[in-house]
Design a protein around this ligand. Sequence first.
Ligand code: PGA
Length: 253
Amino acid sequence: MSTHKPLVIGNWKLNPGTAAEAKALCIAIRKKLKKDAPVTVVVAPPFPYIADLTRLSPTGRIMVAAQDVFSEDSGAFTGEVSAGMLASLGVTQVIIGHSERRAMGETDAQVAAKVAAALRRKLTPVVCVGETVRDGSGSHFGVVEAQVRALAAGLTARALAAIVIAYEPIWAIGTGKNATPEDVEEMHLFIRTLLTKLYDRATGKRVRIIYGGSVKPENAAALHGAGMDGFLVGGASLSAESFNKIILAVLPA
Ligand code: PGA
């Protein structure tokens, strides 16, 4: 069982279609959430909705994350959004290296630079790692190891401890085919052992490791029971009802 306070992040991706719908979704999630529930609940809306949503939850009962951030703080970078801008709106976490961004060409080096930018502004990076396929040869461990090593290369133990790693096997994202609790537990242990090797036991323990990939109300309890510290939820976070059922599944009985 996880010893961390559970963390549930809703990655809204390119949804919903209007600011009014985004506000309504956030309000519906907040309404269903018990006030002192021992869980950190985060929504990651598209950039244009962020200011509205941080205003909706000034006490941070629902925290707001960004889905990406740029690596530089300012300058001639048309279309980019900096960590400082996000922090000034009350954003607390930022998803970095999601497979949908890596598929558009984002490299491990860019991921590392974005993580550094987020940490400079005290935003918690939620760094996504995960293999494209599982073919029975065990190559998925090598893929995740390379991503974690690239992430760790530029980070002190203290910086690393502030990070959340989201294990998101790409074949499980948006497909309805989640990894089994056994697969998830195995990868979780693999990542922690690797971090212990690269740093030390205490650091390896401090990093939060969450799972993403077709998390739904029906599989959340079993996946959480496999020792994960929480979830990165895509499709099921677009309904307040299913998102709140997932939140309930991570609460202590
Ligand atoms: P999914 O997406 O829950 O729709 O599979 C997860 C993610 O991409 O973060």
